[in-house]
Design a protein around this ligand. Sequence first.
Ligand SMILES: NC(=O)c1ccc[n+]([C@@H]2O[C@H](COP(=O)([O-])OP(=O)(O)OC[C@H]3O[C@@H](n4cnc5c(N)ncnc54)[C@H](OP(=O)(O)O)[C@@H]3O)[C@@H](O)[C@H]2O)c1
Length: 237
Amino acid sequence: MNLDGRSVIVTGASKGIGRATAKMLADAGAHVCLAARSKARLETVAEEIKANGGNTLVVPTDVSDPKQVASMMKTTQDSLGGLDIMINNAGVGHWDWEGVVGGNLDMWTQEIEVNLLGLMYGTHYAAKLMQEQGKGDIVNIGSGSGRTTAHPWLGYVASKWGVRGFTEASLRDLRDDGIRVTHLIPGAVETPLQPEEDIESTQMLNPEDVADAILYAVSRPDHISINELMLIPSGRE
Ligand SMILES: NC(=O)c1ccc[n+]([C@@H]2O[C@H](COP(=O)([O-])OP(=O)(O)OC[C@H]3O[C@@H](n4cnc5c(N)ncnc54)[C@H](OP(=O)(O)O)[C@@H]3O)[C@@H](O)[C@H]2O)c1
């Protein structure tokens, strides 16, 4: 699958799924803007991409701040000549078994600000650029927690149900502008987001499995839109 010369932003590119996605898209020939808060970690990923002959740009960004997201778009447009693919991946999760009354309101706020509002800002500014170009791909990373109310981490569940609603509404709205929107829904993935004890006891996907699904979605022929893609561990050894 070939993304030769296409310009991409990956948020949350310093670790886990974002890092694997940035590297895989760069290997496919894309020019990748790496965004997250930690500049040092992004620079490590940029070195890994450059060592493989890839082209990349580091733009430290807190996605919960709309001004920083707007500035990231401008830097990408100025440096890479536009934006073809936006991957809204940055996310946080707090796994306390809390319930409604035991909920930590600061953590709920962070989960909504990063997972939902950050993704909405990214979609908004990316779509503005893509509308001018008449074409583009936006991939929003949801979660199995956006399809169930069985999980007790309520702030995370609320944020991912929000991602699902916003993404489905966006794909209808942007369809006539030539912008494809994909809701990518991973099950458990072995990344720093997961508690250590769960990694040891549960079958999980690799970050590269999710990156591969993202690459598949954005490299379909123009007449196909992958609206939703859910990946879960199969249970097979
Ligand atoms: N791992 C799973 O099992 C799983 C399952 C389903 C869905 N997901 C979703 O997949 C996405 C990536 O998760 P992951 O597992 O790869 O997590 P991860 O390894 O913890 O990586 C999260 C990334 O988000 C960045 N980030 C956090 N807050 C940010 C902010 N305010 N602004 C910009 N970047 C921020 C982090 O970098 P900095 O800290 O440097 O900012 C990091 O690069 C998330 O949306 C998550 O909800 C994960």
